[in-house]
Design a protein around this ligand. Structure first.
Ligand SMILES: NC(=O)c1ccc[n+]([C@@H]2O[C@H](COP(=O)([O-])OP(=O)(O)OC[C@H]3O[C@@H](n4cnc5c(N)ncnc54)[C@H](OP(=O)(O)O)[C@@H]3O)[C@@H](O)[C@H]2O)c1
Length: 233
């Protein structure tokens, strides 16, 4: 499948490599595919074009890079992997017709780092990034997913010593079924997925992030996730 990733940060590059390993064609995207990203204390992330060269060196001929508009046009399925507070601007650089009608997996979080660590949320409670994207692109099948774990766990759930949960939300039942059964379970190897319901439930998964960053701090590793256990109803 041709997958267009809006973004070329650590998530886009790591998830993109996993999708290439599975035999898909992947285009990552950037405002400038030649720019190396400065991540401050976390070092740098290669430019989108450096990522393509590295992937081709590994034999992944299906790797490509372009603008946000190029990736939206390229992808049969789209993944939003941009900084959450800039996601609508990034998506807005694409042709609307290249987004509407497609499954758009939104794994971004509207984190606000302006007051340092830990980040807060730029907006929450009565809205979410997933809803904002769905409202902007009513014909897109937005599925909020994968945003509650580090990308290192996202592509390798077996890195944790037991099965843990991913949580999804979205309005389109068929799109959500595809994301759960194919992308999350089939391709990425997850066993446990909780479907919260429609896209308004993205509020819940995004509001989990302030807890996630604190769990990360206590665990001392991004290889951390939750497992939800309920009594039989
Ligand atoms: N890191 C993780 O393990 C993880 C796990 C789950 C979810 N997430 C979420 O996934 C998303 C991506 O995270 P990340 O760590 O890969 O990198 P990031 O630094 O949060 O986002 C990088 C991407 O955002 C784009 N971007 C930043 N500012 C922009 C602006 N003003 N206008 C347009 N685009 C802009 C960048 O475009 P350029 O290429 O043009 O610079 C780049 O492609 C975030 O929302 C994050 O919360 C992260």
């Amino acid at each position: 499948m041709k997958i267009g990733i809006i973004g070329s940060g650590q998530v886009a590059q790591t998830l993109g490599e996993k999708l290439l390993e599975l035999g898909h064609e992947v285009m990552v995207s950037s405002r400038d595919p030649d720019t190396v990203k400065d991540r401050g204390d976390w070092g740098t992330t290669p430019s989108a074009n450096q990522w393509v060269a590295a992937q081709k060196g590994k034999g992944h001929a299906g790797a490509a890079a372009g603008s946000f508009a190029d990736a939206a046009r390229f992808g049969e399925t789209l993944i939003n992997a941009t900084m959450g507070v800039a996601s609508l601007a990034a998506l807005g650089a694409a042709e609307r017709g290249d987004i509407e009608g497609k499954i758009l997996v939104d794994l971004s979080n509207p984190l606000d780092f302006s007051r340092g660590m830990p980040p807060s949320l730029a907006f929450c409670n009565t809205e979410s990034l997933g809803e904002r994207i769905q409202a902007e692109y009513p014909g897109a099948k937005v599925v909020k997913a994968l945003n509650t774990v580090s990308v290192l766990v996202m592509v390798a759930p077996q890195a944790l010593p037991e099965e843990t949960d991913l949580i999804v939300a979205g309005n389109d039942a068929d799109a959500k079924k595809w994301v759960i059964d194919e992308l999350i379970k089939g391709w990425l190897g997850w066993k446990r997925v909780i479907d919260l319901g429609d896209i308004t439930n993205a509020r819940g998964t995004e509001m989990y992030l302030p807890l996630w960053v604190r769990l990360f701090g206590v665990a001392g590793t991004p290889l951390v996730n939750i497992k939800v256990v309920a009594a039989q109803s």
